[in-house]
Design a protein around this ligand. Structure first.
Ligand SMILES: Nc1ncnc2c1ncn2[C@@H]1O[C@H](COP(=O)(O)OP(=O)(O)O)[C@@H](O)[C@H]1O
Ligand SMILES: [Mg+2]
Length: 312
């Protein structure tokens, strides 16, 4: 098949692995930088250009849309969706995962356990809000950063107040979340096509100065418990992702899902587990392409109506 990967660069380790795995399975692969894709749209046509050249048809697309170009990248993904090209993942799933609060709302309302979370636009009533998430220390998560979203731990009401004042003053949205520490296992599960295919435990190194988590975390392979597996698989299904990195904190056998990633890092996880995860993903693309009944050559320009939920 002819596979298109949407990614800022072929030098990104996960992108490089996908290219390698797809070529090894005999596919033709092109990597397109989403911001260099142009889209033409009218009532009858949804056409794509790359650096002003009309794009030849492709059998499937793997979007790996960086946070920093989210809006433009999602328009490109959606343009492929209009052409009926199978996507791994689709627009609905990617944007559903990116909106942290909406994602948590979806999970909680469908019976997936999450850490207690509060969202607010003002620092008033801080005490009451902090109480709702189990008191300090509390996690503050910024929601709308263009580059990386930030997470910080606030150990006291005073430090939290200062942080909130600064963040809200900049017009940033945030959530406060129960900070699970003692006995909490930080787990990333990779779900592909509804199956948990790999799992690692992360040991985040806390930066003492900034109290930022997640940088330089060490990954160790783990065997999934049944509760972890089913929480991860259910999460991917609810959010609508074929490929998902589901992050959860396991507290005494009770997994609480706190984040879902639609473009999970593959290379690090492969190194930690020794598994060929890129090939699992390419195999899933092959299955989806085989399922999407090929009616001769795909009509490249016809606009297909999207399911309602996908139009955002
Ligand atoms: N509720 C929580 N309790 C304890 N640690 C958490 C919690 N939520 C997130 N973390 C830690 O903080 C890191 C970053 O949080 P995350 O929600 O994934 O934000 P980001 O958008 O930066 O990926 C996680 O990888 C995890 O190690
Ligand atoms: Mg994360």
């Amino acid at each position: 098949m002819r596979l298109t990967i949407l990614s800022r660069s072929v030098r990104i380790a996960s992108t490089a692995r996908l290219v390698e795995a797809a070529r090894a399975r005999g596919h033709a692969v092109q990597v397109l930088d989403p911001v260099q894709v142009e889209m033409h749209l009218d009532r009858d046509r949804a056409t794509l250009y790359y650096r002003r050249r009309r794009l030849p048809s492709t059998d499937a697309v793997i979007p790996r849309i960086a946070q920093s170009i989210s809006t433009y990248g999602m328009a490109v993904v959606n343009q492929f969706a209009l052409q009926g090209v199978p996507l791994l993942n689709g627009t609905q799933g990617i944007s559903g995962a990116r909106n942290k609060m909406r994602c948590l709302q979806l999970l909680a309302s469908n019976g997936v356990n999450i850490p207690a979370t509060v969202m607010a636009r003002s620092a008033g009533d801080l005490r009451a809000m902090v109480k709702l998430v189990g008191g300090v220390p509390v996690l503050v998560k910024l929601l709308r950063g263009q580059e990386r979203r930030g997470v910080m731990v606030c150990e006291s009401l005073a430090s939290l107040e200062a942080a909130l004042e600064a963040i809200l003053g900049l017009g940033q949205d945030l959530i406060l979340q129960q900070y699970v520490r003692r006995g909490g296992l930080d787990v990333r599960v990779l779900v592909v096509g509804g199956e948990a295919v790999a799992a690692v435990r992360r040991r985040p190194r806390m930066n003492r100065l900034a109290h930022t988590l997640n940088r330089g975390a060490r990954l160790e392979p783990i065997a999934l418990s049944e509760a972890q597996r089913s929480a991860a698989v259910k999460t991917a299904r609810l959010v609508g992702l074929e490929v998902a990195g589901v992050d959860l904190i396991d507290v005494r056998g009770q997994p609480k899902v706190f984040e879902v990633n639609a473009s999970p890092a593959l290379a690090e996880m492969e190194r930690a587990t020794g598994l060929d995860l890129a090939s699992r993903i390419v195999a899933r693309v092959e299955a989806l392409v085989a399922e999407s009944a090929p009616v001769g050559r795909r009509a490249q320009t016809r606009v297909r109506p999207l399911p309602r939920a996908q139009v955002r």
